[in-house]
Design a protein around this ligand. Structure first.
Ligand code: UD1
Ligand code: MG
Length: 450
């Protein structure tokens, strides 16, 4: 089935008390909106339309950075969910198929649930995602006749008897595109909120002898975020689920509560993750790797058998091949590190390519930034970089070359050469003893004077 997504994200989110639009607040390293987009992506949609309003420019930038093919449409005045969905009519003018409407502030809907809705669409014109609410509060209530959904009544407009219903509207729905925009065009706003309710299309469909049904999901999936406290609660829920999934995927974590995952973290089987590890967005760790305590990883790939940390930082663009060692207080950014290479202590490796079986000594720095531009460092295979080497980029060190400790390397080093660039050591016999006595006499004089 041909699918288009329409994600409603124009609301202000007043209760967040923030300059940032609600849908851009981060959950597991990604804006709430991206979670909705990621779930929707599982349906391989032909088009994705995000309806933006408050902070539209920032919403646009976030949506496009996740998926550059997204269409962002402005809803200048927020006149209700029905009015918001109607904004997608123009960008979907030539689209033929089923539209799924999602909310940008509802991050936990599962791909399987959307798939079930698509299946139900096969036999119904309109499919609404509902859930049994423990506390139905202010949710819209789903009115059924048998299994047929006849209408949705908003809390504000509901009678006492309707408010007693616990089957609630999640906001997610699926409908044929032409029909949806046709129905939306016929909406009025004569209700308690004076808004165009998306939910009213169910009753409208009924008057045309079309059929609507409910697909039910767990209440946890429909959780919407309205406050910072709810955002923190959602983060906790996300992390709990991500940790359980990691266990199922064969990951060992002795202190799971201290390991934080991002929305897109991928961890292979038989990986060992020590306590207090943080995964930012875009991390893939292959099977059999070890991430040691207090390490921070984002935008990087760690291949099989590598050991990272403790206290390591892998920044975006880091690519560790098999059996690499990145040790304590080492930062790596935008660098490819060849198999078996070791960077074990106190180093900064940025904008670099390192070959296989190379050893980078303690305190080595790739001086990649000249104050204006970034430059690349290339280090070959089986190289020995002496401790405290400054590699002033752009610079290349050939295969099986060496640099002497404390060297400042400003020009390329030939393969198999030794490069040294430090002041030669001089030695003055007896001079230490002489200096000590001069200094001690000076100190004694000062103490007498004071
Ligand atoms: C909506 C549903 C309600 C359901 C609840 C589930 C309607 C009329 N009501 O109510 O049945 O139980 O969600 O959480 O649909 N938005 C826009 N433009 C607008 C208005 C809203 O883009 O003009 C967006 C918001 O940013 C948000 C989403 O639509 O992402 C839902 O809006 P919200 O105001 O939260 O609807 P509810 O009153 O919660
Ligand atoms: Mg809401």
């Amino acid at each position: 089935m041909n699918i288009a997504l329409v994600i409603l994200a124009a609301g202000k989110g007043t209760r967040m008390n923030s300059d940032l639009p609600k849908v851009l607040h981060p959950l597991a390293g990604a804006p709430l909106l991206v979670h909705a987009m990621q779930t929707g992506r599982s349906l391989a949609p032909a088009a994705t339309v995000v309806v933006a309003g408050h902070g539209a420019d920032r919403v646009r930038a976030a949506a496009l950075s996740y998926d550059a093919t997204t269409t962002i449409i402005d809803q200048e005045e927020q006149l209700g969910t029905g009015h918001a969905a109607l904004q997608a009519r123009a960008p979907l003018k030539v689209f033929d198929g089923t539209v799924i409407v999602l909310f940008g502030d509802t991050p936990f809907v599962r791909p399987e649930t959307l798939a079930a809705m698509i299946e139900a669409r096969g036999t119904h014109d309109l499919v609404v995602l509902g859930f049994e609410a423990a506390d139905p509060g202010r949710y819209g209530r789903l009115i059924l006749e048998g299994e047929a959904l006849t209408r949705i009544v908003e809390f504000k407009d509901a009678s006492e008897a309707e408010r007693a219903i616990t089957l609630c509207n999640s906001g997610v729905l699926a409908c044929d595109a032409t029909l949806l925009f046709d129905l939306l065009g016929g909406l009025g706003n004569d209700n308690a909120a004076g808004e165009y309710y998306l939910t009213d299309i169910v009753a409208l469909a009924r008057t045309r002898a079309l059929t609507a049904t409910v697909v039910r999901c767990d209440e946890a999936e429909t959780l919407g975020i309205n406050t910072r406290a709810e955002l923190a609660g959602a983060e906790a829920a996300f992390q709990t689920r991500a940790r359980l999934e990691a266990f199922e995927d064969g990951v060992t974590m002795p202190a799971p509560d201290t390991v934080h995952f991002a929305f897109d973290t991928v961890i292979g089987r038989d990986t060992f993750i020590e306590p207090n590890v943080v995964f930012g967005p875009g991390v893939t760790v292959e099977s059999g790797a070890t991430i040691r305590a207090f390490s921070h990883l984002e935008g990087c790939h760690v291949a099989q058998g590598s050991i990272v940390g403790p206290y390591a930082r892998l920044r975006p663009g880091t690519e560790l091949n098999e059996n690499v060692r990145v040790g304590n207080f080492v930062e790596v950014k935008n660098a490819r590190v060849g198999p078996g290479t070791k960077i074990n202590h106190l180093s900064y490796i940025g904008d670099a390519t390192l070959g296989a079986q190379t050893n980078v000594g303690a305190g080595t720095i790739t001086c990649n930034y000249d104050g204006v531009m970034k430059h690349h460092t290339h280090i070959g295979d089986e190289v020995f970089i002496g401790s405290n080497t400054m590699l002033v980029a752009p610079v290349q060190v050939g295969d099986r070359a060496m640099t002497g400790s404390g060297s400042v390397i400003t020009s390329d080093v030939e393969p198999e050469a030794l490069a040294l660039s430090r002041a030669p050591q001089i030695e003055k016999p007896g001079m230490a003893t002489k200096l000590f006595s001069i200094l001690k006499a000076k100190k004694a004089q000062q103490q007498r004077g004071s």
